[in-house]
Design a protein around this ligand. Structure first.
Ligand SMILES: N[C@@H](CCC(=O)N[C@@H](CS)C(=O)NCC(=O)O)C(=O)O
Length: 234
């Protein structure tokens, strides 16, 4: 059985997308990041970066001790290797998919995340910061749109590269982006949204968070006031 330490955010959805596509049995362990669960000592043993998702596979291939992982890209790669699905084995196709997986975790995710921070959450609306991240998100949407001009999915067939990027396009309105300007991206987005596994993955949201309430002041402090002092020293 796999334990998925999860909260329904874009990075959390990446992993439920994979698990639902492959119908892999898993148990959701909620990590309420607005309540500070990411700082609990047991969670930090699995995820020293105090971010979810994290995963513990109690039945790794070949047996042995459980495999415990943090970072969504590492988790997707592990699951693809374990199941033999959604990542090609041919060296060219495999690294074609992996470079786009890394593009998402190093580019689209962090930039769109800062976009949301400055447009939605920052107490002051700072035009420089908003322009910087809205424009960078726009550029990245454009890169993905171009990539999808001559192929159905990012690496040809549906893969972990698509599962990593899709949840970061879902909030396109909040990112102040217009999908009509990105016709190939829009076609890809709608195709993934219609997959039964995508519908099941996004339905997991209400299992752990029946109501999506606005952030409280306490949650804001927890999420946006972090320094090294939030982490235990031992
Ligand atoms: N690079 C990480 C990013 C994970 C991440 O930023 N997770 C956020 C939610 S989307 C989180 O756990 N935030 C908790 C916090 O900020 O304390 C990954 O891809 O797994």
């Amino acid at each position: 059985m796999i334990d998925l330490h999860y909260w329904p955010t874009p990075n959390g959805h990446k992993i439920t997308l994979f698990l639902e596509e492959t119908q892999t049995p898993y148990r959701l362990v909620p990590v309420n990041i607005g309540a500070g669960d990411q700082f609990k000592p047991d969670f930090l043993k699995i995820a020293p970066n105090n971010r979810m998702p994290a995963m513990v596979d109690h039945e790794p291939l070949g047996g042995g001790a459980p495999v415990s992982l943090f970072e969504s890209g590492a988790i997707l790669l592990y699951l693809a290797e374990k199941t033999g699905k959604f990542l090609p084995t041919d060296v060219h196709a495999r690294f074609d998919a992996l470079q786009w997986l890394f593009w998402q975790v190093g580019g689209l995710g962090p930039m769109a995340g800062q976009n949301s921070h400055f447009t939605l959450y920052a107490p002051e609306k700072l035009p420089y910061a908003i322009d910087r991240y809205v424009n960078e998100t726009n550029r990245l949407y454009g890169v993905l749109n171009k990539r999808l001009a001559d192929r159905e999915f990012i690496a040809g067939s549906y893969s972990i590269a698509d599962m990593a990027s899709y949840p970061w396009i879902v909030p396109y309105k909040a990112h102040l982006q217009d999908l009509e300007q990105f016709s190939h991206l829009k076609r890809w987005f709608e195709a993934i949204r219609a997959r039964p596994a995508t519908v099941r993955a996004y339905a997991k949201e209400t299992e752990v968070r029946p109501e999506n309430k606005p952030l409280t002041d306490e949650a804001r402090k927890l999420l946006f006031g972090q320094t090294a002092s939030n982490l235990p020293t031992t």
